[in-house]
Design a protein around this ligand. Structure first.
Ligand code: AMP
Ligand code: ZN
Length: 113
């Protein structure tokens, strides 16, 4: 846990969020500035700043599998969805706690900007 990390604070329920799924290891909540009808952020509860610092394959796998489960419950598993991890400033990472964006509910063009 990191005391000043925004997403760690959400994990500790110090900052409100619309939580859509929680288990022992992961937390998922709606993005505050959604870019698609479904825009959920899925994070490991343990603080890891970015994919560059990640070392636990099980933790990463849990986050991805949680995203897949949310895609099902959001009703976008069959129509299609995108899972994105922005890493570093050049990719637009603004919160330094690794997170998977789950986006869907509208057509998603490729490549992203
Ligand atoms: P990234 O730019 O990949 O680091 O993504 C960070 C995401 O966190 C952005 O899509 C923000 O809209 C979202 N975000 C920032 N603050 C909050 C918050 N308090 N609750 C939910 N989502 C947030
Ligand atoms: Zn954190």
């Amino acid at each position: 846990m990191s005391s000043d990390c925004l997403f760690c604070r959400i994990v500790r329920h110090e900052i409100p969020a619309t939580i859509v799924r929680e288990d022992e290891h992961t937390l998922a909540f709606r993005d505050i500035d959604p870019k698609a009808p479904t825009h959920v952020l899925v994070i490991p509860k343990t603080h890891v700043a970015s994919l560059n610092e990640a070392s636990d394959p099980t933790a990463l796998g849990r986050v991805l599998l949680a995203a897949r489960e949310i895609a099902k419950t959001e009703g976008i598993a069959d129509t299609g969805y995108r899972t994105v991890i922005n890493t570093g400033a050049g990719a637009g990472q603004t919160v330094h706690h690794v997170h998977v964006h789950l986006l869907g509910g509208r057509p998603l063009s490729w490549p992203p900007g």
